[in-house]
Design a protein around this ligand. Structure first.
Ligand code: GTB
Length: 231
């Protein structure tokens, strides 16, 4: 960890999400808040994230990254699982329950998130194409398939497998990406699931921290007082 023994995570210097907590540092901030671990942030611009210093941390030149002493990690799933294994609070003690919670982290990232990301690509990159509406509707149907199955599994439960875990955190954060669509309206129990996640004090702290960071960046006020680790 750094001199203050706090992990450092990389975040957008100026997030294109306007402080809505939609980038993938949000799930890492949330995980750290859930386990009560303070952290510093390393802001990176779109230019600097493609430079050698950041690529040494992240081979694909992206955020988030996580630094803890000599350990440097990339990929939000690996980072959240590391935090969950390193600190108490995000994984059950029992081995089988831990393994099941891990399954949900992977399900969120490799089964639920891909069609949601595809929708974002369609919206950002294919807007204006003659076939845009048809393609968007086809991708929405693929998302619905995942939401229907997830909704069925969640049923009336608060969380996916007993107590709140890293699996719920990751799934809620992935579903939050649908906030600008009406897709979750079709699945009231999933809407409730996301609302429960967002109501957690740790989520609120993480959300407020990234928002304060965004606001300070917008007005040029992000100085070391905000616990920023610079190159
Ligand atoms: N699989 C990786 C992980 O899970 O960590 C994906 C990391 C990733 O996509 N990082 C994005 C990034 O660094 C930021 S989160 N992009 C810059 C680049 O690739 O050059 C994706 C994101 C960005 C912006 C918004 N937004 O504005 O709403 C939402 C999500």
């Amino acid at each position: 960890m750094n001199a203050n023994s706090r992990p450092i995570i990389s975040v957008f210097e100026h997030s294109p999400d306007q402080g809505r907590g939609m980038a993938r540092d949000m799930r890492v901030r949330w995980a750290l808040e859930e386990v009560g671990q303070a952290y510093d942030v390393r802001p990176v611009s779109f230019e600097s994230m493609k430079e050698a210093a950041h690529r040494a941390r992240h081979p694909f030149g992206q955020i988030p990254t996580y630094e803890e002493g000599d350990l440097v990690l990339f990929e939000s799933g690996a980072i959240v699982l590391h935090i969950a294994n390193r600190f108490r609070g995000l994984l059950p003690e029992a081995a089988n329950a831990r393994a099941r919670a891990t399954s949900w982290v992977f399900a969120a990232l490799s089964t639920i998130e891909p069609p949601i990301v595809e929708r974002e690509v369609v919206e950002y990159c294919e807007h204006g194409e003659t076939w845009f509406e048809q393609r968007l509707s086809a991708v929405d149907d693929r998302i619905r398939v995942r939401l229907k199955d997830l909704s069925h599994r969640l049923g009336e439960a608060d969380w996916l497998d007993g107590a709140f875990s890293a699996g719920d955190l990751m799934t809620v954060d992935v579903l939050r990406r649908l906030a600008d669509t009406s897709l979750l309206d079709e699945f009231p129990n999933l809407k409730g699931f996301v609302a429960r996640g967002e109501a957690r004090p740790a989520f609120r702290r993480a959300y407020d921290a990234q928002r304060a960071f965004f606001n300070a960046a917008s007005t040029g006020r992000n100085q070391p007082a905000n616990s920023i680790a610079k190159e």
